[in-house]
Design a protein around this ligand. Structure first.
Ligand SMILES: [Zn+2]
Length: 261
């Protein structure tokens, strides 16, 4: 039902990154330069650096979008890259659910359907947006706002905004989303935000009372790509990732912070 997004469908946005191994930011390209160069003043400060041309969605979250106004410093730009970079090739339902589960932790309500549309990495049909929003409503991340197609914080988002300590009460006995992949993703986000790590697909399957190991695994991998979780090879388990640390009570894993996919 939900298919992966093809590379040609992704709204390609070009950026430049320094070739230095210490570079950690992606800049908007200088429109007046033939060579790859940042639009902001960094080029003058770090004259020795050479830059290469990249697709922005391919390098986030390894590189942070540059916060200078000539680059991605406008609020809307930062938001868009925060959301669409790492999940650009995932099904739209997952992308929409991801936006729905995080947007109101950063910005004032309401979240509108039009905003979701603008934040997605690809052109989208109303139907896949609708599905992702329904998932987020059913799972408690969103609540309906006073007007049609407007959403406010749901009970889950509100709980995490209060930095309430973790606990089993956040896990629902049964969830109404028919998509196991969304459930896996949801379980991963709850686990990451409540600090109930390490997380394995077994744990998520038990807590959510669902079967379908492979689909759940996909949801967990989506959550890892988005930065909710990091994978520890030795422990064969997931731990809290940088995005969860930015939103919820911090319980960083010693190996967290890398933006690996
Ligand atoms: Zn810049």
């Amino acid at each position: 039902m939900s298919r992966a997004v093809q590379p040609g469908e992704i709204r390609a946005e070009r950026g430049v990154v320094a070739r230095s191994q210490y570079a950690d930011r992606v800049h908007r390209p200088d429109p007046d330069s033939d060579d790859p160069r940042p639009a902001c003043q960094e080029a003058e400060i770090a004259q020795a650096d050479e830059y290469r041309d990249v697709a922005v969605s391919a390098v986030t979250p390894h590189y942070r979008p540059c916060g200078n106004p000539q680059c991605f410093g406008r609020r809307d730009d930062t938001a868009r890259h925060l959301w669409h970079g790492p999940l650009a090739n995932r099904p739209l339902r997952i992308q929409t659910f991801h936006i729905a589960a995080t947007y109101l932790s950063f910005y004032e309500p309401p979240l509108t359907r039009r905003q979701v549309h603008a934040l997605l990495a690809v052109e989208s049909t109303e139907r896949s947006i609708q599905r992702g929003l329904q998932d987020a409503l059913a799972l408690g991340w969103l609540a309906r706002g006073p007007r049609a197609h407007q959403y406010e914080s749901g009970p889950l988002t509100a709980l995490f905004d209060d930095h309430t300590p973790g606990g089993r009460q956040y896990w629902r006995d049964s969830v109404t989303s028919p998509s196991r992949r969304v459930r896996g993703y949801h379980g991963a986000v709850v686990a990451a935000l409540t600090g109930e790590t390490p997380v394995t697909s077994r744990v998520v399957a038990d807590r959510l009372d669902v079967s379908g190991e492979r689909t759940l695994q996909r949801g967990l991998r989506d959550a890892r790509a988005a930065g909710w979780l990091v994978w520890d090879e030795q422990a064969s388990a997931y731990y809290q990732g940088p995005l969860a640390g930015a939103i919820g009570p911090s319980d960083p894993h010693p190996h967290a912070g890398g933006g690996e996919r």
